[in-house]
Design a protein around this ligand. Structure first.
Ligand code: GLA
Length: 409
């Protein structure tokens, strides 16, 4: 309070002095208040909201930034629920952004990006991966879905959940900070039956986990298979290939595909094939082998059937672990899902430029998408993906980030 110089105090009348005393008291009380506000805002600092841009129809798109107690920083937008960046420490404590993506909304809306369709960081729905010819029948009715991958339906169609604006609500709870995203997919959207109310929750914990919870209800029976399509390069996005990353997938079998990447229906043991990742193996070690399945995918682009043993369907099991020797970064994925798609970034061809101004080259990121098997609505022998009215779809996947000297520590 600059007005209260000692000069003014000396010259002050008793009335003025008592007024000053009252002011001082008020000031002290305010200081205490401010201290409280500071503490709250300190906690609030772990969630920061800003404007990302606007969609062509004028709707505002936001970015939410979360930081955990160890400095891990996650940025998510409510457009497609896209994870824009994820900064995690290497062995020596240096942080790098390990998620492929862009800094500007325009990059996600561009024709170039739509044509390339890598689905960087996005929520995928209503159905992750492919449904053959976009056709299926359910309760005696035939349904035709939007097709967007040759004659097949891929990742929800022309305008899947990766391209819609979600309602977002940041939160803080005992597990950490995060974002609840809500989207209602209307009856008939992309050809699907039923009005589907979807909720996806991202939680960043102080245990260095990113927890993704999916929940949905419908008013008509519908197929549903939600996933998250983040690509990681554990050396940092914009680095060269992921072929030196060591991968373990807890899967004794995979589902072979035809030349349009639709499962043939067979569930084939991985034993003795380049698909055996039950022991950690560099991704690139067998990727160029002369193998029909690898040829169909242009590398790995396959659904791995997880060893769930007797785990209940709501129980998390280890799905995969990836470790990068140079940085020591490791990501461990646990899930309630029965399978995981391992995609080795085969369609990346350098035509898209990422956050560091580096072109995203062939196999410069990998995606591990927890899921039900592709084309399940047409494959009786696969676990069902049909959600009935009155039931609730629930799924959880947890990514845990660490840095360590060896694959196993
Ligand atoms: C999934 C598919 C791939 C490809 C990528 C995105 O992994 O299986 O074939 O569509 O998504 O490009």
């Amino acid at each position: 309070m600059p007005l209260m110089s000692s000069q003014r105090l000396k010259n002050g009348s008793p009335l003025l002095l008592s007024a000053i005393a009252v002011l001082l008291l008020i000031n002290a009380a305010q200081a205490q208040d401010n201290a409280e506000t500071d503490t709250t805002s300190k906690a609030d600092n772990s969630v920061q909201t800003s404007v990302f841009g606007h969609l062509p129809d004028g709707r505002q798109v936001d970015v939410y930034q979360f930081t955990n107690a160890n400095g891990i920083e996650l940025r998510v937008t409510n457009y497609g629920g896209i994870i824009l960046s994820l900064k995690t420490p290497n062995l020596t404590g240096e942080f790098d952004d390990i998620a492929l993506g862009f800094d500007a909304l325009e990059a996600y809306l561009s024709d170039e990006y739509r044509q390339a369709s890598p689905y960087f960081g996005a929520i995928i729905g209503r159905y992750g991966n492919r449904i053959a010819d976009g056709q299926f029948s359910l309760d005696g009715e035939n349904y035709s879905l939007a097709t967007n991958d040759g004659s097949n339906h891929l990742h929800g169609g022309q305008k899947g959940f990766d391209k819609v604006l979600w309602q977002a609500e940041p939160f803080e709870n005992d597990s950490g900070t995060g974002l609840v995203l809500r989207y209602t997919s209307e009856d008939g959207e992309e050809g699907y039956p039923g009005r589907l109310e979807t909720e996806v929750t991202y939680t960043l914990t102080d245990n260095d986990e990113l927890m993704v919870d999916y929940r949905a209800v419908t008013d008509k029976a519908t197929p549903i298979n939600l996933t998250q399509h983040s690509y990681f390069n554990l050396k940092g996005e914009g680095s060269d290939t992921i072929l030196d990353h060591q991968l373990m997938i807890n899967a004794p079998a995979f589902t072979p595909v035809n030349d349009t990447l639709i499962p043939t229906g067979e569930i084939r043991p991985v034993d003795g094939t380049p698909f055996d990742f039950t022991q950690a193996t560099p991704i690139g070690e067998r990727i160029e082998q002369d193998n029909k399945q690898l040829a169909f995918g242009g590398g790995y682009d396959h659904n791995f059937v997880l060893a769930r043993d007797n785990a209940a369907s709501d129980e998390l099991v280890v799905a995969a672990k990836v470790w990068e020797p140079q940085s020591g970064r490791m990501v461990e994925i646990t899930t309630t899902e029965p399978a995981i798609q391992f995609y080795s970034g085969n369609f990346l061809d350098g035509s898209l430029t990422g956050k560091q101004g580096q072109a995203y080259g062939h196999r410069s990121g990998f995606a591990l998408e927890t899921q039900h098997y592709p084309d399940s609505p047409n494959q009786e022998a696969f676990p069902s993906t049909i959600l009935e009215p009155g039931d609730t779809y629930r799924s959880r996947t947890v990514y845990r980030f660490s840095a360590q000297q060896d694959f196993e520590e």
